[in-house]
Write a protein that binds this ligand. Structure first.
Ligand SMILES: N[C@@H](CCC(=O)N[C@@H](CS)C(=O)NCC(=O)O)C(=O)O
Length: 219
């Protein structure tokens, strides 16, 4: 049994769960994982056995319990500083934290109308004017980071190498793919880099094999 156990929602649908799972992978830590099927009669009671907030994801590290995706990511960044889970440069790091917090707290229209559904494809659905405004804001964040900090020689991610900021936007990459959102060249190249990340591919394969269906994320 590993020192770390992360409790997750369905891999196909739980955008909140995907983020810290990718960060655990990037941290290079050995961990166990438990998927708690969401939207079932016993879901809340089951989650409450592990998470005081009644939400997943939650990370158990020995007797420490850390819940909320961004808090888990911050905890892992402190445990594995050598992995540069935040950018080393203070200016880049401040921007990475700003956009991660913006993603964590915002983009309500995109979340509501384009739910994460990794294995499905819903072209031309869900894009209201409010969703388009969210798409435009995400695209502008990606372009700005790639231009200012995403040195090709370091890597294809927002700050070159993979950081927590990329994990925060990974569910959006999946949403854009499911809903066939048109992106410019820079944003599409970034989205492709996140989508083909080996850890994300592993998650996608597991999502594809899950039998559970959540009706409200289907069209
Ligand atoms: N801000 C939280 C949100 C977590 C969240 O909303 N989790 C959902 C699953 S995606 C959940 O646990 N739902 C179960 C329920 O509310 O019963 C985080 O980042 O961890």
């Amino acid at each position: 049994m590993a020192d770390f156990t992360i409790y997750l929602g369905n891999k196909n649908y739980s955008s909140w769960s995907l983020r810290p799972w990718l960060v655990l992978k990037a941290a290079g830590l050995d961990f166990d994982e438990v998927v708690i099927p969401l939207d079932q009669p016993g879901t809340k009671a089951e989650i409450l056995r592990y998470s005081p907030s009644g939400k997943v994801p939650v990370l158990h590290h020995g007797d420490r319990v850390i819940w909320d995706g961004l808090a888990i990511a911050e905890y892992l960044a402190e445990l594995a500083p050598e992995r540069l889970l935040w950018p080393a440069d203070p200016v880049a790091r401040a921007l990475a934290r700003s956009i991660s917090a913006e993603m964590h707290a915002g983009f309500a229209a995109l979340r509501a109308h384009c739910p994460m559904n990794i294995r499905s494809s819903f072209p031309n659905r869900g894009v209201t004017p409010e969703v388009q405004a969210d798409i435009n804001r995400v695209s502008s964040i990606w372009r700005d980071c790639r231009k200012r900090f995403g040195e090709e020689s370091v890597g294809p991610f927002l700050f070159g190498g993979f950081t927590i900021a990329d994990a925060m936007f990974a569910p959006v990459v999946s949403r854009f793919r499911t809903f066939k959102i048109d992106l410019d060249e820079v944003c599409q190249a970034y989205a492709d880099a996140v989508w083909t990340l080996p850890s994300f591919q592993e998650w996608q394969a597991a999502a594809g094999n899950e039998p559970m269906i959540i009706d409200e994320a289907e069209f």
